[in-house]
Design a protein around this ligand. Structure first.
Ligand SMILES: Nc1ncnc2c1ncn2[C@@H]1O[C@H](COP(=O)(O)OP(=O)(O)OP(=O)(O)O)[C@@H](O)[C@H]1O
Length: 962
């Protein structure tokens, strides 16, 4: 019969822990008697065992010792107590634990000649005898095929069963010889004990007894004294040092063969008894104290001996298999739960995305259809217009020179950089690391966004009412109180200036020759070449007539140290815009219509592209980040581009956006030419134009437009009987108030913009997940944004940044989380410039040199230009009230300059800036459209050169008027 009771074995194993014995080491002290030598030398005894547990230092009277005089242990044996007693009371129980499957150790510790060997030899003898006696009480037999075999004997001869009259049937004498083999003994004992506990009476002969080796260690340590005291040397010293090797913390069992052998016992899984032997002689006092100290320490040690259970191979395998199955099951469950959760979450997310995209596709399709119908309408109206308009009656077909003369006053504040400077500092550009740093990757994104927005809006600009309708017959009353000599401004000039307003609107889409349009037929590079050709042609072909205003500005130029060369450069650049304006006047209806048509066609294409992109959007979601590598950007340009386009499509679909006037298609503050950006960068995230919609975060960001509308509303009611204001506050036909009209528009716009906004947010969140991950909580970010914007304003001021850039930046970034990176870029860029300026260094950008003084000069010119534009835009009847409202006299050039400075540079107060923006919005006279008057910030109202493709970038924005 074999052992198949694996489960029972496992039960034993499981019960093992409960059988663990948590106990202290049994510590005893044994005093040996004085030996003859000690007696002869009158080496009297210091110690006395006063009871079974206490040993006392006898000679403590009159002696003040730092050592304790009495020590208490589990057992203290006097010199007259026998080794048998020591064994019985301090070692037997421990030693015989091995019979219960528990490792045990009995140590003797003490100085040389203290009686360790004397004690341990006796203890070992008694212990072994007891074990033998114990074993004899058990038998281990196997009954197999009716054969009985003594498993405790090497003799495999079957045993016979005897009938004993007193004990009944017994097995024939079990051999005792086998028990003499000590190592075999312990193993057999363990097996027997295991079987006894499980009730088994037989053992499987194949049972692997080697699984369990119980240990009973009798350890007679070397002398505990210090080597210096033992005078030991050579091999003896080596022996002692090995035996007594110790370290703190980790127990280096392998450092000593002794500790290696005793590892199991010393590790805690053994019951342990330590018998500390000591000599009573006074000459050994120190060592005796040390021994007692060691004994005290040993008493603090706890052991955790456990019952060792023998397991058969089968049981072991079975247990391991069970454990394995259990672990596998747990692992499987965990992975199933985990994967199920993940998959369902991902599925939900994907479903949501699909749903959103479906909605977006529907919306975009709707917008595409709308745009398509507008194209048709536009074509139809163009045909009608052409058919109804007699040849030669075009109001724009004025003599070219005349038109030029009338508009030339606008084109005076610009200049090119000094050529020599350009050449001299060209090398600086090439070696300017800081420059590259500033305009590095992050800055690239900034440029991307701004120019993208401009491109989006501009390229898709829908017919503008102001362009299609006859020009307002506004009488301008430009009569300075202290007119400078030679100033001559007549009604024609003013009228034409009004016309310029229209021209300003559409430089991007109509203020171009047909071949220069942003048609899809031209690559960005081709367009740039065309632009350059046009620019050069204009430079050489045009004549320039300095207007009265321009002559007036000469004083100002002198004041700000504008050289004649600069002036010439400036004028030469004006020609660029001038010619365009002129040609526009001649060809406007057709060209405008063509451009609008192109824009609409383009828009439809882009819408379709966006829809296509959205359909495949899942493939690219999450793959883009503003921090993507160039290659990533390159590879993902399509989706990024589409994202931009889709936003643009929505933007342009808004009725209000149709009327939004965005000047200076070419103007950007990002530091990159639009064409360059278009061709080199992934499209950035376009911004929703400023229409005062609530931000995504729900912050009540007051927009310029809202502020304007509020003020308009107040003014309208206040001046409801003021017919003079009707042109401002009423629609052209006078039937619908501007308020109603704008409210209606706003309602539509808001709805559309909400879509735009939410769409952009969603797309941006998807596309820029990585970048957005660092965005703080909305509240924190908005606070940070406010403070950073204040810093930026300070830096603008310190660096004399062009007003146009300030304004545009201010209007574009209003605290949306996605603004973070742009704000940071702006801060870094400005910090760099300020740093350079503070160090008296120049900045070279695009081959142009900027110094603090040139920047100031440029800024002053820009202010001048702004002032002029503002002044001209205001209907005469409005000037007085508006300027009076602000306490500013309008007829003084100096005052106007003050106004410009006040509005844009001489304050760091955000509220003031906002109010100023509102004021300017009115001054420029577009409030009657209910639109954000962006033309006050960019475009020819700031400087005609801003319309020049060569100079629209942020970098060269500094050179607009420098
Ligand atoms: N309890 C005792 N009763 C009588 N004699 C003893 C007793 N203990 C030790 N002795 C005697 O003291 C002498 C030294 O004892 P023992 O050899 O056991 O010391 P030890 O500690 O083992 O020394 P070492 O560390 O050098 O081996 C021996 O002659 C021994 O017989």
């Amino acid at each position: 019969m074999g052992v198949e009771g694996g489960d029972q074995e496992l039960q034993q194993l499981n019960a093992q822990e409960s059988d663990a014995r948590h106990e202290k080491i049994l510590v005893s002290v044994r005093l040996r008697p004085l030996n003859d030598k000690e007696i002869q030398s009158n080496d009297f005894s210091d110690w006395e065992s006063i009871n079974h547990t206490t040993i006392l230092f006898k000679n403590c009277l009159g002696e003040r010792s730092m050592y304790p005089n009495a020590y208490t242990f589990d057992r203290v044996f006097g010199y007259d107590e026998s080794t048998r007693k020591v064994y019985e009371e301090s070692a037997k129980e421990i030693a015989l634990s091995v019979l219960n499957g528990i490792n045990s150790s009995v140590f003797a510790y003490g100085q040389t000649s203290s009686g360790k060997t004397f004690t341990m030899s006796g203890i070992t003898q008694y212990a072994v005898a007891d074990i033998y006696d114990y074993i004899e009480q058990f038998s281990a037999i196997e009954i197999y095929n009716e054969l009985v075999r003594d498993l405790l004997s090497v003799d495999t001869t079957p045993l016979r069963l005897l009938d004993d009259p007193e004990r009944g049937t017994v097995v024939e004498k079990l051999t005792e010889e086998t028990l003499r083999d000590k190592s075999h003994l312990l193993e057999l004992i363990a097996v027997c004990e295991a079987q006894r506990q499980t009730g088994e009476t037989t053992l499987n002969e194949t049972s692997s007894r080697s699984h369990q080796i119980l240990r009973l260690n009798f350890v007679d340590l070397a002398g505990s004294e210090r080597t210096s005291q033992t005078l030991a040397s050579g091999a003896r010293l080596k022996e002692g040092s090995h035996i007594n090797r110790r370290r703190n913390g980790h127990i280096p069992y392998r450092d000593s063969k002794l500790t290696r052998i005793l590892q199991n016992s010393l590790g805690g899984n053994a019951r342990t008894a330590i018998i500390c032997t000591m000599s009573p002689a006074h000459s050994h006092l120190e060592q005796s104290r040390n021994t007692l100290l060691f004994a005290s320490c040993a008493k603090e040690v706890s052991t955790n001996a456990q019952v060792n259970v023998v397991m058969s191979d089968k049981a072991l395998v079975k247990q391991l298999r069970k454990e394995l199955a259990k672990l596998e099951s747990e692992l499987k469950n965990m992975s199933m739960v985990s994967s199920t959760g993940d998959v369902s979450a991902v599925l939900r997310e994907k479903e949501l995305q699909i749903e959103k995209m479906d909605n977006e596709i529907k919306e975009l399709s709707r917008q595409r259809d709308l745009a398509q119908s507008k194209v048709e309408e536009l074509l139809e109206s163009t045909r009608k217009e052409q058919a109804s308009q007699p040849k030669g009656t075009d109001v724009y077909s004025q003599p070219r020179s005349e038109s030029r003369e009338k508009i030339v006053w606008l084109d005076e504040s610009s200049e090119t950089s000094d050529t020599s400077d350009y050449q001299r500092l060209d090398a600086d550009l090439a070696t300017s690391e800081s420059f590259h740093y500033i305009d590095g990757h992050v800055g690239f994104n900034l440029a991307t966004q701004s120019s993208d927005l401009l491109a989006n809006i501009d390229e898709n600009l829908l017919p503008n009412e102001s362009l299609l309708q006859p020009l307002e017959d506004t009488t301008l009353d430009f009569t300075p109180a202290d007119p400078s000599p030679g100033i001559r401004i007549d009604e024609d000039i003013e009228d034409n200036c009004k016309e310029v307003r229209c021209i300003e609107v559409e430089e991007g889409s109509i203020n171009r020759k047909p071949e220069l349009s942003d048609s899809v037929m031209f690559s960005p590079e081709e367009k740039e070449i065309q632009n350059e050709k046009e620019f050069q042609r204009d430079l050489h072909d045009k004549e320039y007539i300095i207007s009265a205003d321009e002559r007036e500005s000469e004083k100002f130029d002198k004041k700000y140290s504008i050289s004649a060369e600069e002036k010439n450069d400036k004028e030469s650049h004006y020609s660029d815009t001038e010619s365009i304006v002129f040609e526009l006047k001649e060809e406007k209806p057709k060209q405008q219509t063509d451009a609008e048509h192109d824009a609409l066609v383009q828009k439809i294409k882009e819408l379709q592209r966006t829809i296509d992109m959205l359909v495949n959007h899942n493939h690219t979601l999450g793959n883009l980040s503003p921090y993507s590598t160039d290659s990533e950007k390159s590879s993902s340009r399509g989706s990024s581009f589409s994202r931009s386009r889709s936003c643009k499509a929505i933007l342009t679909s808004s009725p209000t956006f149709e009327n939004v006037v965005i000047h200076s298609r070419d103007f950007s503050f990002g530091g990159f030419d639009k064409e360059q950006v278009s061709s080199d960068r992934p499209k950035g995230l376009p911004r929703v134009s400023d229409h005062g919609q609530p931000s995504r975060l729900g912050h009540p960001i007051p927009s310029i437009r809202n502020a304007i509308m509020n003020e308009m509303e107040r003014d309208q009611y206040k001046n409801s009987d003021a017919s003079d204001n009707s042109s401002l506050y009423s629609s052209d036909d006078g039937r619908t108030s501007i308020k109603e009209r704008t409210e209606a528009k706003e309602s539509e716009c808001n709805e559309s913009e909400r879509d735009v906004s939410s769409y952009m947010m969603r797309v941006r969140d998807c596309m820029s997940e990585g970048a957005m991950s660092t965005v703080q909580s909305p509240l924190n970010w908005f606070e940070e944004f406010e403070s950073q914007r204040l810093k930026i304003i300070e830096l603008w001021h310190a660096c004399h940044i062009p007003l146009v850039h300030r304004t545009y930046f201010f209007l574009l970034f209003k605290g949306d989380p996605s603004d973070k990176i742009y704000i940071e870029v702006e801060l870094r860029r400005l910090s760099f410039i300020k740093n350079r300026f503070d160090q008296g260094q120049k900045i070279v950008m695009d081959g142009q040199v900027f110094t603090p003084s040139s920047s100031i000069r440029a800024l002053n010119q820009e202010r001048e230009m702004l002032m002029r534009q503002m002044y001209k835009k205001i209907p005469a009847q409005e000037r007085e009230s508006l300027f009076e409202k602000w306490g500013i006299a309008i007829n003084s050039k100096q005052r106007r300059q003050q106004l410009a400075r006040c509005l844009w540079t001489d304050t760091k107060d955000m509220q003031h800036i906002r109010e100023s923006a509102n004021l300017v919005a009115k001054l420029v006279g577009f409030v009657d459209e209910g639109q954000v008057p962006k033309e006050m910030f960019v475009g020819p109202s700031v400087g005609p050169k801003s319309m020049n493709r060569r100079s629209y970038s942020w970098k060269s924005g500094m050179s607009i008027v420098s």
